[in-house]
Design a binder for this molecule. Structure first.
Ligand code: ATP
Length: 225
């Protein structure tokens, strides 16, 4: 199986932006939110199992999962949530595993798992955990700017997720995304720009470079280049 980094972070921390930067360098990107949507769209492979478990009621007219209806059900009914959790996360994990096996010649894969701290099945698929982190004020500003949520709504979503300190405890590597996009790209780049992209990724992997700016291992960036 391809060497795989699990990429996680709180809402709006910059996971998609970071994964796009890795994609530019040749990494295979597998996003578990995309997988979850694909499996539950019309004719998605999870639909028959959902229909068998919950009946037609939570399947929309187009044959997709009725997300709003299911969200309301599992919010109100813990037993229903457990039934859904027995179905969907295993299907998502199997699909992620299939896609990792098909990742082809990429030097390594980034598996984007927003809820990685609560997802042991996904953690078994990754060899390292990379956390995208930023301070809460930055996170709030980005969420509000992007989605037009109120500050209260944005804070409520942050509060419902794994606390920042807990998430950081899982990290083998951290990207601090408090700066601008150039600063972010520098951290993802992680070695001299004249190196071919694939080589950069390989060096990055072999030296287990921490992306944290003050970590002494980042010296490898210069010396390796
Ligand atoms: P979600 O949890 O909702 O999936 P995410 O963690 O994938 O979000 P992004 O979508 O990458 O986060 O970033 C959130 C918003 O912040 C986007 O509008 C993105 O363009 C912006 N953003 C991310 N990083 C930076 C940065 N360093 N400078 C400026 N804007 C940024």
């Amino acid at each position: 199986m391809i060497r795989t980094i699990g990429l996680t972070g709180g809402i709006g921390s910059g996971k998609s932006t970071v994964s796009s930067l890795f994609a530019e360098q040749g990494a295979a990107i597998i996003d578990t939110d995309d997988i979850a949507h694909r499996l539950t769209r019309p004719c998605g492979i999870a639909i028959p199992a959902i229909r068998a478990e919950f009946g037609d009621h939570y399947i929309a007219e187009d044959g997709a999962l009725d997300r709003a209806g299911m969200r309301a059900l599992v919010f109100a009914d813990a037993a229903a949530r457990h039934r859904l959790e027995r179905l969907l996360p295993p299907a998502d994990t199997r699909q992620a595993e299939t896609e990792l096996l098909q990742a082809g010649t990429a030097p390594y894969a980034i598996l984007v798992v927003p809820l990685l701290p609560q997802a042991p099945a996904f953690r078994r698929l990754v060899q390292r955990v990379l956390v995208v982190d930023c301070d809460e004020a930055t996170q709030l500003a980005r969420i509000i700017r992007r989605s037009r949520l109120s500050e209260v709504e944005a804070r409520a979503i942050i509060a419902s997720q794994t606390p920042r300190a807990e998430r950081l405890k899982l990290a083998d590597d951290i990207i601090y995304n408090d700066g601008d996009l150039d600063a972010l790209a520098d951290q993802v780049g992680c070695a001299a720009p004249q190196l071919p992209a694939k080589q950069r990724l390989t060096i990055c992997w072999e030296y287990h470079i921490s992306f944290a700016p003050n970590n002494p291992t980042t010296k490898h960036r210069a010396t390796t280049a």
